[in-house]
Design a protein around this ligand. Structure first.
Ligand SMILES: [Fe+2]
Ligand SMILES: [Fe+2]
Length: 201
């Protein structure tokens, strides 16, 4: 988590808005013939998910973890609870970071006013989730409000993921300038890197 956050700060502070938009444009359009060629190859083979498929899969995976926590929380040992929350928080942090570093900037680059507002709200929701994640990472399973914090985080994440899929993904699908296959590759590569740093894979 610490490393993942540090990277966000470094990237955000070291890049101007203009530079970020340019970088996002290059990423979104898959600039570089090699990445474009790789995307075509993987798409043809049907082995790699595009950006929306990959992000939806993350949403579904973490929702399942929250549901499992709710079902089993009264029967789990403290150790098992702590480990499940570590995995939930780690995966959420990585997901938020790859969206903020790669997906949202690519969308900002092609956004109309509506999409800009949706992305603003999404970023604020990420900030709220990060606050609860930080509290849970500093807590122990026996602490007061621990289960309540997991429950509320799950509710917030489900709401956020639902809006993202219904509103933001719909806009992304219509944005012909976006290369969702290339974005999917970039998201997957960064996700693998960050999960490795957090010991999640
Ligand atoms: Fe998000
Ligand atoms: Fe998401």
């Amino acid at each position: 988590m610490a490393t993942a956050r540090k990277n966000t700060t470094r990237k955000a502070s070291g890049t101007s808005t203009g530079a970020r938009k340019t970088a996002a444009k290059k990423r979104a359009s898959g600039s570089g013939s090699s990445s474009r060629a790789a995307a075509k190859k993987t798409t043809r083979r049907g082995q790699r998910p595009d950006a929306l498929t990959l992000l939806k899969r993350d949403h579904d995976d973490v929702k399942k973890l929250f549901n499992r926590y709710e079902r089993q929380k009264d029967d789990m040992s403290s150790g098992d609870k702590g480990e499940m929350v570590r995995v939930i928080c780690g995966n959420l942090s990585v997901h938020a970071q790859i969206e903020e570093e790669i997906f949202y900037p690519a969308l900002r680059n092609v956004a109309d006013e509506d999409l800009d507002e949706m992305l603003d709200e999404a970023e604020v929701e990420h900030t709220g989730a990060k606050q609860l994640i930080a509290e849970l990472q500093g807590a122990q399973p026996g602490d007061r409000l621990y289960d309540a914090k997991v429950t509320v985080l799950g509710e917030q994440v489900k709401h956020h993921a639902g809006e993202e899929e219904e509103q933001i993904f719909r806009k992304a699908r219509r944005a012909k300038e976006l290369n969702l296959e290339v974005l999917g590759e970039q998201l997957e590569a960064r996700s693998t890197e960050l999960k490795g740093e957090l010991g999640l894979q």
